[in-house]
Design a protein around this ligand. Structure first.
Ligand SMILES: [Zn+2]
Length: 341
Protein backbone atom coordinates (compact mmCIF):
# COMPACT_ATOMS: atom_id res chain seq x y z
CA UNK A 1 0.00 0.00 0.00
CA UNK A 2 1.39 3.41 -0.93
CA UNK A 3 1.52 6.22 1.60
CA UNK A 4 -1.30 7.86 -0.37
CA UNK A 5 -3.49 4.78 0.07
CA UNK A 6 -2.62 4.66 3.77
CA UNK A 7 -3.54 8.32 4.11
CA UNK A 8 -6.87 7.55 2.45
CA UNK A 9 -7.46 4.61 4.78
CA UNK A 10 -7.23 6.75 7.93
CA UNK A 11 -8.49 9.99 6.35
CA UNK A 12 -11.72 10.21 8.38
CA UNK A 13 -9.84 9.70 11.63
CA UNK A 14 -7.08 12.16 10.69
CA UNK A 15 -9.78 14.74 9.96
CA UNK A 16 -10.87 14.50 13.58
CA UNK A 17 -9.09 17.40 15.31
CA UNK A 18 -8.05 15.35 18.33
CA UNK A 19 -6.03 12.95 16.17
CA UNK A 20 -4.69 14.80 13.08
CA UNK A 21 -1.78 13.64 10.91
CA UNK A 22 0.68 13.82 13.81
CA UNK A 23 -1.60 11.75 16.04
CA UNK A 24 -2.02 9.15 13.31
CA UNK A 25 1.79 8.84 13.03
CA UNK A 26 1.99 8.31 16.77
CA UNK A 27 -0.65 5.57 16.56
CA UNK A 28 1.30 3.84 13.79
CA UNK A 29 4.44 3.84 15.95
CA UNK A 30 2.61 2.64 19.09
CA UNK A 31 2.76 -0.74 20.82
CA UNK A 32 -0.22 -1.72 22.98
CA UNK A 33 -0.68 -4.95 24.95
CA UNK A 34 -4.17 -6.37 25.42
CA UNK A 35 -4.29 -8.89 28.25
CA UNK A 36 -7.25 -11.21 27.71
CA UNK A 37 -9.00 -11.41 24.36
CA UNK A 38 -12.54 -12.48 25.21
CA UNK A 39 -15.43 -10.06 24.91
CA UNK A 40 -13.92 -6.71 25.96
CA UNK A 41 -10.48 -7.70 24.63
CA UNK A 42 -11.94 -8.52 21.20
CA UNK A 43 -13.75 -5.21 21.02
CA UNK A 44 -10.66 -3.27 22.17
CA UNK A 45 -8.38 -5.08 19.70
CA UNK A 46 -10.81 -4.57 16.84
CA UNK A 47 -11.21 -0.83 17.48
CA UNK A 48 -7.49 -0.15 17.93
CA UNK A 49 -6.49 -2.31 14.96
CA UNK A 50 -8.91 -0.44 12.70
CA UNK A 51 -7.66 2.87 14.13
CA UNK A 52 -4.14 1.96 12.96
CA UNK A 53 -2.27 1.23 16.20
CA UNK A 54 0.98 -0.16 14.77
CA UNK A 55 1.59 -3.11 17.09
CA UNK A 56 -1.01 -4.96 19.13
CA UNK A 57 0.20 -7.68 21.43
CA UNK A 58 -2.69 -10.02 22.13
CA UNK A 59 -2.34 -12.27 25.17
CA UNK A 60 -4.97 -14.90 25.94
CA UNK A 61 -4.99 -18.31 27.63
CA UNK A 62 -8.28 -19.64 26.29
CA UNK A 63 -9.79 -21.13 23.13
CA UNK A 64 -12.91 -20.17 21.15
CA UNK A 65 -16.20 -21.91 22.04
CA UNK A 66 -19.69 -21.53 20.56
CA UNK A 67 -20.95 -19.70 23.68
CA UNK A 68 -18.39 -16.93 23.01
CA UNK A 69 -19.87 -15.88 19.68
CA UNK A 70 -22.74 -13.84 21.16
CA UNK A 71 -20.30 -11.13 22.33
CA UNK A 72 -16.69 -11.87 21.29
CA UNK A 73 -16.67 -9.97 18.05
CA UNK A 74 -13.36 -11.15 16.57
CA UNK A 75 -14.41 -14.81 16.34
CA UNK A 76 -16.61 -16.86 14.06
CA UNK A 77 -18.15 -20.34 13.89
CA UNK A 78 -15.12 -21.86 12.16
CA UNK A 79 -12.86 -20.69 15.03
CA UNK A 80 -15.17 -22.36 17.55
CA UNK A 81 -15.37 -25.57 15.49
CA UNK A 82 -11.55 -25.71 15.47
CA UNK A 83 -11.26 -24.67 19.16
CA UNK A 84 -8.64 -22.16 18.01
CA UNK A 85 -6.80 -20.30 20.76
CA UNK A 86 -8.36 -16.84 20.98
CA UNK A 87 -5.04 -15.05 20.51
CA UNK A 88 -4.41 -16.92 17.23
CA UNK A 89 -7.96 -16.42 15.94
CA UNK A 90 -7.83 -12.72 16.86
CA UNK A 91 -4.52 -12.13 15.06
CA UNK A 92 -5.85 -13.87 11.93
CA UNK A 93 -9.03 -11.83 11.94
CA UNK A 94 -7.11 -8.58 12.40
CA UNK A 95 -4.73 -9.47 9.54
CA UNK A 96 -7.78 -9.89 7.29
CA UNK A 97 -9.05 -6.35 7.88
CA UNK A 98 -5.79 -4.50 8.53
CA UNK A 99 -2.68 -6.14 7.10
CA UNK A 100 -0.62 -2.99 7.70
CA UNK A 101 -0.31 -3.37 11.43
CA UNK A 102 1.30 -6.11 13.49
CA UNK A 103 -0.94 -8.28 15.67
CA UNK A 104 1.29 -10.50 17.82
CA UNK A 105 -0.56 -13.46 19.34
CA UNK A 106 0.62 -14.93 22.64
CA UNK A 107 -1.24 -18.05 23.81
CA UNK A 108 -0.43 -17.73 27.49
CA UNK A 109 -1.83 -17.11 30.94
CA UNK A 110 -0.25 -13.95 32.34
CA UNK A 111 1.50 -14.92 35.58
CA UNK A 112 4.10 -13.33 37.88
CA UNK A 113 6.75 -15.46 36.15
CA UNK A 114 6.02 -14.46 32.56
CA UNK A 115 4.36 -11.03 32.76
CA UNK A 116 7.56 -9.07 32.21
CA UNK A 117 8.34 -10.95 29.00
CA UNK A 118 4.76 -10.64 27.78
CA UNK A 119 4.44 -6.90 28.41
CA UNK A 120 7.99 -5.76 27.65
CA UNK A 121 8.05 -2.89 25.15
CA UNK A 122 4.36 -2.08 25.42
CA UNK A 123 3.67 1.58 26.19
CA UNK A 124 0.07 0.98 27.27
CA UNK A 125 -1.69 -2.06 28.74
CA UNK A 126 -5.38 -2.76 28.25
CA UNK A 127 -7.38 -5.06 30.47
CA UNK A 128 -9.47 -7.61 28.62
CA UNK A 129 -9.44 -10.09 31.50
CA UNK A 130 -12.35 -11.37 33.52
CA UNK A 131 -10.68 -11.73 36.92
CA UNK A 132 -9.22 -9.62 39.68
CA UNK A 133 -6.19 -11.86 40.18
CA UNK A 134 -4.80 -10.94 36.76
CA UNK A 135 -5.89 -7.31 37.08
CA UNK A 136 -3.94 -6.89 40.34
CA UNK A 137 -0.95 -8.47 38.62
CA UNK A 138 -1.23 -5.98 35.73
CA UNK A 139 -1.63 -3.15 38.26
CA UNK A 140 1.54 -4.14 40.14
CA UNK A 141 3.51 -4.44 36.89
CA UNK A 142 2.20 -1.14 35.51
CA UNK A 143 2.81 0.79 38.74
CA UNK A 144 6.32 -0.62 39.13
CA UNK A 145 7.18 0.28 35.53
CA UNK A 146 5.22 3.58 35.44
CA UNK A 147 3.14 2.38 32.50
CA UNK A 148 -0.43 3.55 31.98
CA UNK A 149 -3.14 0.89 31.89
CA UNK A 150 -6.90 0.82 31.51
CA UNK A 151 -9.21 -1.38 33.59
CA UNK A 152 -12.32 -2.55 31.75
CA UNK A 153 -15.13 -4.78 33.00
CA UNK A 154 -18.53 -5.91 31.79
CA UNK A 155 -21.04 -8.31 33.31
CA UNK A 156 -24.83 -8.59 32.88
CA UNK A 157 -25.90 -5.06 31.78
CA UNK A 158 -23.08 -3.40 33.73
CA UNK A 159 -19.97 -1.77 32.23
CA UNK A 160 -17.10 -0.12 34.09
CA UNK A 161 -13.73 1.37 33.22
CA UNK A 162 -10.86 3.22 34.93
CA UNK A 163 -7.68 4.81 33.55
CA UNK A 164 -4.60 4.30 35.70
CA UNK A 165 -1.69 6.72 35.27
CA UNK A 166 0.81 5.56 37.89
CA UNK A 167 1.92 8.34 40.23
CA UNK A 168 -0.70 10.72 38.84
CA UNK A 169 -4.08 9.07 39.45
CA UNK A 170 -5.46 6.38 41.74
CA UNK A 171 -4.39 2.84 40.86
CA UNK A 172 -6.63 -0.24 40.98
CA UNK A 173 -5.45 -1.07 44.51
CA UNK A 174 -6.25 2.49 45.69
CA UNK A 175 -9.87 1.99 44.68
CA UNK A 176 -10.20 -1.73 45.43
CA UNK A 177 -7.60 -2.59 48.12
CA UNK A 178 -9.00 -6.12 48.20
CA UNK A 179 -10.78 -8.18 45.59
CA UNK A 180 -14.56 -8.09 45.83
CA UNK A 181 -15.64 -10.78 48.29
CA UNK A 182 -18.74 -12.90 48.62
CA UNK A 183 -20.91 -13.73 45.66
CA UNK A 184 -19.24 -12.03 42.74
CA UNK A 185 -21.23 -11.80 39.55
CA UNK A 186 -19.62 -13.37 36.50
CA UNK A 187 -20.71 -13.92 32.91
CA UNK A 188 -21.34 -17.55 33.86
CA UNK A 189 -23.69 -16.73 36.74
CA UNK A 190 -25.35 -13.48 35.64
CA UNK A 191 -25.04 -13.57 31.88
CA UNK A 192 -23.91 -10.62 29.81
CA UNK A 193 -25.25 -8.25 27.20
CA UNK A 194 -22.94 -7.71 24.26
CA UNK A 195 -23.88 -4.01 24.28
CA UNK A 196 -22.42 -3.62 27.80
CA UNK A 197 -19.17 -5.12 26.50
CA UNK A 198 -19.01 -2.76 23.56
CA UNK A 199 -19.81 0.31 25.67
CA UNK A 200 -17.00 -0.43 28.14
CA UNK A 201 -14.59 -1.20 25.28
CA UNK A 202 -15.55 1.92 23.28
CA UNK A 203 -14.86 4.21 26.21
CA UNK A 204 -11.58 2.44 27.06
CA UNK A 205 -10.42 2.45 23.42
CA UNK A 206 -11.06 6.20 23.18
CA UNK A 207 -9.05 6.79 26.36
CA UNK A 208 -6.29 4.65 24.83
CA UNK A 209 -6.24 6.85 21.71
CA UNK A 210 -5.93 9.96 23.90
CA UNK A 211 -2.96 8.46 25.74
CA UNK A 212 -1.27 7.29 22.53
CA UNK A 213 -1.52 10.64 20.74
CA UNK A 214 -0.36 12.53 23.85
CA UNK A 215 -3.68 14.12 24.83
CA UNK A 216 -3.22 13.25 28.50
CA UNK A 217 -5.07 16.38 29.62
CA UNK A 218 -8.23 14.90 28.07
CA UNK A 219 -7.92 11.58 29.87
CA UNK A 220 -10.79 10.89 32.32
CA UNK A 221 -9.75 10.62 35.97
CA UNK A 222 -12.59 8.62 37.46
CA UNK A 223 -14.01 5.12 37.75
CA UNK A 224 -16.97 5.32 35.39
CA UNK A 225 -19.76 2.76 35.38
CA UNK A 226 -23.08 2.24 33.66
CA UNK A 227 -25.99 -0.09 34.10
CA UNK A 228 -27.53 -0.09 30.65
CA UNK A 229 -30.67 -1.96 31.68
CA UNK A 230 -31.50 0.28 34.65
CA UNK A 231 -30.33 3.47 32.93
CA UNK A 232 -27.88 4.26 35.71
CA UNK A 233 -24.53 6.00 35.52
CA UNK A 234 -22.03 6.45 38.35
CA UNK A 235 -18.62 8.09 38.64
CA UNK A 236 -16.11 7.88 41.49
CA UNK A 237 -13.13 10.24 41.46
CA UNK A 238 -9.73 8.65 40.86
CA UNK A 239 -7.90 11.97 40.47
CA UNK A 240 -5.43 11.36 43.30
CA UNK A 241 -3.45 8.29 44.39
CA UNK A 242 -4.84 6.94 47.67
CA UNK A 243 -2.87 7.69 50.83
CA UNK A 244 -0.99 4.60 51.99
CA UNK A 245 -1.90 2.48 48.96
CA UNK A 246 -0.06 -0.85 49.08
CA UNK A 247 0.84 -0.73 45.39
CA UNK A 248 1.37 2.87 44.29
CA UNK A 249 2.15 4.28 47.76
CA UNK A 250 4.29 1.64 49.44
CA UNK A 251 5.47 -0.19 46.30
CA UNK A 252 4.65 -3.49 47.95
CA UNK A 253 3.95 -5.59 44.85
CA UNK A 254 2.51 -8.74 46.41
CA UNK A 255 0.83 -9.89 43.20
CA UNK A 256 3.98 -9.46 41.12
CA UNK A 257 5.86 -11.41 43.78
CA UNK A 258 3.28 -14.14 43.21
CA UNK A 259 2.74 -14.78 46.91
CA UNK A 260 0.42 -17.68 47.40
CA UNK A 261 -0.51 -17.87 43.77
CA UNK A 262 -1.57 -21.40 42.88
CA UNK A 263 -0.59 -23.18 39.67
CA UNK A 264 -4.06 -24.55 39.48
CA UNK A 265 -7.02 -22.22 39.25
CA UNK A 266 -10.71 -22.24 38.59
CA UNK A 267 -11.45 -20.45 35.37
CA UNK A 268 -15.21 -20.19 35.15
CA UNK A 269 -17.67 -22.37 33.25
CA UNK A 270 -17.14 -25.51 35.27
CA UNK A 271 -13.45 -25.81 34.45
CA UNK A 272 -10.02 -25.86 36.02
CA UNK A 273 -6.74 -24.63 34.55
CA UNK A 274 -3.52 -26.49 35.36
CA UNK A 275 -0.11 -25.07 34.64
CA UNK A 276 2.31 -26.96 36.79
CA UNK A 277 4.46 -28.64 34.23
CA UNK A 278 6.45 -25.87 32.57
CA UNK A 279 7.69 -28.08 29.77
CA UNK A 280 6.51 -27.99 26.19
CA UNK A 281 4.28 -30.79 24.90
CA UNK A 282 4.40 -32.21 21.38
CA UNK A 283 0.71 -32.27 20.47
CA UNK A 284 1.06 -34.85 17.66
CA UNK A 285 2.88 -37.32 19.93
CA UNK A 286 0.46 -36.68 22.76
CA UNK A 287 -2.45 -37.27 20.39
CA UNK A 288 -1.10 -40.74 19.50
CA UNK A 289 -0.63 -41.54 23.17
CA UNK A 290 -4.15 -40.52 24.11
CA UNK A 291 -6.00 -42.24 21.23
CA UNK A 292 -6.57 -45.52 23.11
CA UNK A 293 -8.18 -43.63 26.00
CA UNK A 294 -10.81 -41.45 24.35
CA UNK A 295 -11.70 -39.17 21.46
CA UNK A 296 -8.76 -36.93 20.61
CA UNK A 297 -8.05 -34.33 17.94
CA UNK A 298 -5.42 -31.63 17.56
CA UNK A 299 -4.13 -28.84 15.31
CA UNK A 300 -0.93 -26.78 15.53
CA UNK A 301 -2.19 -24.82 18.51
CA UNK A 302 -4.35 -27.01 20.68
CA UNK A 303 -5.27 -30.62 21.51
CA UNK A 304 -8.73 -31.72 22.67
CA UNK A 305 -9.16 -34.96 24.58
CA UNK A 306 -12.64 -36.14 25.47
CA UNK A 307 -13.07 -38.67 28.23
CA UNK A 308 -16.60 -38.48 29.53
CA UNK A 309 -17.59 -36.55 31.55
CA UNK A 310 -14.38 -34.53 31.22
CA UNK A 311 -12.84 -32.64 28.34
CA UNK A 312 -9.19 -31.66 28.46
CA UNK A 313 -7.75 -28.93 26.25
CA UNK A 314 -3.96 -29.02 26.12
CA UNK A 315 -1.69 -26.23 24.84
CA UNK A 316 1.88 -26.63 23.52
CA UNK A 317 3.35 -24.97 26.65
CA UNK A 318 1.97 -27.81 28.81
CA UNK A 319 -0.95 -25.82 30.17
CA UNK A 320 -4.35 -27.55 30.27
CA UNK A 321 -7.94 -26.52 30.82
CA UNK A 322 -10.08 -29.34 32.17
CA UNK A 323 -13.79 -28.92 31.66
CA UNK A 324 -16.49 -30.82 33.51
CA UNK A 325 -15.27 -30.25 37.05
CA UNK A 326 -14.45 -27.54 39.56
CA UNK A 327 -12.64 -30.06 41.78
CA UNK A 328 -8.93 -29.29 41.51
CA UNK A 329 -8.00 -32.76 42.82
CA UNK A 330 -9.92 -34.48 40.01
CA UNK A 331 -8.38 -32.14 37.45
CA UNK A 332 -4.88 -32.73 38.79
CA UNK A 333 -5.28 -36.50 38.75
CA UNK A 334 -6.63 -36.51 35.17
CA UNK A 335 -3.71 -34.40 34.11
CA UNK A 336 -1.19 -36.61 35.89
CA UNK A 337 -2.74 -39.75 34.42
CA UNK A 338 -2.92 -38.66 30.80
CA UNK A 339 -0.29 -35.96 30.33
CA UNK A 340 2.17 -36.84 33.06
CA UNK A 341 3.31 -34.91 36.07
ZN1 LIG B 1 -2.66 2.86 44.44
Amino acid sequence: MTSLELAERYSRQVLFAGIGAEGQRKLAAACVAIVGCGATGSALASLLARAGVGTLRIIDRDYVEPSNLQRQSLFDEADAAESLPKAIAAARKIAAFNSHIVAEPHVADATPENIEGLLQGAQLILDGTDNFETRYLINDFAVENSLPWIYTAAVASYAATLNILPGKTACLACIFPDPPSGMVETCETSGILNSAVNLAASIAATEALKLLVGAEDQVRRSLLSFDLWRNERAEISAAEPGAGCRACGEHDFIHLAGEGRPHITLCGRNSVQIHERHRPVNLAEMSDRLKPHGAVRHNDFVLKFLREPYEMTLFPDGRAIIKGTTDTAIARSLYARYVGS
